[in-house]
Design a binder for this molecule. Structure first.
Ligand SMILES: Nc1ncnc2c1ncn2[C@@H]1O[C@H](COP(=O)(O)OP(=O)(O)O)[C@@H](O)[C@H]1O
Ligand SMILES: [Mg+2]
Length: 256
């Protein structure tokens, strides 16, 4: 993983929904080529932070730098065109459309049919379900299968940054492992990943960097392992004992 200048840089980001600030001055960096995981209690502003990246929430103060451009004030479409794609917290497939139609929609910014066909071919080999269930309605898939199709759809844009808001939500333990392994696979295929997770232990194990958000502020940053092994953070936010965490089975975990 190249340790270069920050790929995304948050400086003093203040944002909310009109009734007071949810983010109260957020500063941290996302490294290119890595997986960065944000953890923190419910309501701490994690989703709000991701929405600020995608242009769905406009910060009142501060900057979000990406490829030398400040994203604050850009529209969601402009941000998408710059190569940032978000998979939202709630399921977002068109249930009445087929799996393949949903995945193809992901490439809506690309008008060259041959390029779209080539991408679809690559996506099919990375996500077997896209080929196996191509003609089935997306609404007929399980929650975990839909999550994988959402990943497939977002990769159709060949984004530079993939933003995932609690991808494990509602998944059973087995599907959860597949999902995390897929996040790792996406990252190894060259996508920088910014991820929010409630399933903090498993997510931090596969993450290069961890960020703890508390009440709209960054409480701690470090490597995934540093955040995972921080005793205070462990006790406060990760639930259970560290001993348990060390023995928890995680697919695609990183050392340290
Ligand atoms: N659309 C909204 N309108 C008003 N308040 C919101 C909205 N979305 C979230 N909030 C509030 O902002 C705070 C942070 O929410 P959120 O960013 O979703 O936290 P998290 O993802 O960490 O659980 C919460 O108090 C929540 O109630
Ligand atoms: Mg959230």
């Amino acid at each position: 993983m190249p340790e270069t200048t920050p790929f995304v840089r948050f400086t003093g980001v203040v944002a909310g929904y009109g009734g007071g600030d949810v983010l109260k001055g957020v500063d941290f960096n996302v490294t290119q080529g890595g997986v960065t995981c944000i953890v923190g209690p419910n309501g701490s502003g994690k989703s709000t932070l991701l929405k600020a990246v995608s242009g769905l929430v406009k910060p009142r103060l501060g900057e979000i730098w990406f490829k030398g451009v400040n994203l604050v004030g850009k529209s969601p479409r402009e941000i998408l065109k710059m190569g940032i794609v978000q998979v939202p917290q709630n399921h977002s497939l068109f249930r009445e459309m087929t799996v393949e139609q949903n995945v193809q929609l992901g490439a809506f910014l690309e008008h060259d049919k041959r390029v779209v066909a080539e991408r679809l071919e690559r996506i099919r080999s990375m996500f077997p379900i896209v080929a196996e269930r191509a003609g089935d309605k997306a609404g007929s898939l399980s929650g975990g299968q839909q999550r994988l199709v959402e990943f497939a759809r977002c990769l159709m844009l060949e984004p530079d940054l993939v933003v995932l808001d609690e991808p494990s939500m509602g998944l059973d333990p087995k599907t959860l492992r597949v999902m995390f392994a897929t996040v790792k696979q996406m990252n190894e295929a060259g996508r920088t990943v910014l991820l929010v997770e409630q399933n903090a232990r498993q997510a931090l194990k596969l993450s290069h960097h961890g960020v703890v958000l508390e009440n709209g502020r960054v409480r701690l940053t470090g490597t995934g392992a540093e955040v995972l092994n921080n005793p205070e953070i462990g006790a406060l936010y990760l639930g259970g004992s560290l001993e348990e965490a060390r023995h928890a089975p995680v697919t695609g975990g990183r050392d340290g």
